[in-house]
Design a protein around this ligand. Sequence first.
Ligand code: CLF
Ligand code: SF4
Length: 292
Amino acid sequence: SKQTAEKSINEKTMSHPCYDKSAHDCARMHIPVAPNCNITCNYCSRKYDCPNESRPGVTSEVLSPEEALKKFKAVKKKVPNLTVLGIAGPGDALANYEETRRSIELIKKEDPSITFCLSTNGLMLPFYCQDLIDLGITHVTITINAVDPEIGARLYNRINYLGRTLTGEEGASILLQNQLSGLTYLASKGIVCKVNIVMVKGVNDAHIPEVVKKVKECGAFITNIMQMIPASGSKFENMPLVSQVELNDMRKKCEVDLKQMYHCKQCRADAIGTLSQDRSIEFRCNGCNTDK
Ligand code: CLF
Ligand code: SF4
């Protein structure tokens, strides 16, 4: 039956290089189909990929769903260890929902065995979470940097929500409500949820253990505490950064409550390959091998 032919969520997690460190020989492919974003984080400049899940200062070329399918076919031929297809920007996957949905539909038709993964700021999750499950997405990352709107207001400049622009604690509290209700719903349906937390010295660093406890309560499987590396031109451009030692100390501290990710590579929105060997350059510009 379809059930036995398809890998279980557990098996998918064991072959997902971000969710299971021992799956380091498995490759993931990001398709950069989502250029727009619906919030403004203070460490972001929209000239570049979303720093909630990527290296700052990197710009990925945006693809249409049809182009993404074409690229997927080309990558599959050359990357036999490909297990995961992810959407991680360059903006927010759910702020470009039509493109995200269409891309997944097309690629799923081509290869039903691939694991689908998505990363989002979570603002639109309550609207799309059931649809994501119906589409066959099994792994979802939500970036949740604060569970207190007062701290959130210092991280987010504004959110664009249902045609309105909201700022300060009002914006941060709507974002937070939607993140937590989306996470709770997805986790309750068996979706494996990772929460990314961007650690900003002097803003949310002392608050992170509270974030981890809260998202654990909501059903998160793992948290990925990441170093903030602000984009140039962003409001936080000249803020002090946390060191690798401070970052790992925080992860160790939070590990008492929930599984922690230590091996994140802050990938590009068009990353391809294992986490330790990015092969995206081979496939950029329809394979003409020119870096932009
Ligand atoms: Fe991509 Fe993210 Fe899925 Fe992985 S990346 S959408 S969960 S398939 Fe992985 Fe890259 Fe770190 Fe992200 S190493 S930035 S955690
Ligand atoms: Fe930038 Fe934040 Fe939007 Fe990511 S979610 S693209 S960091 S504003």
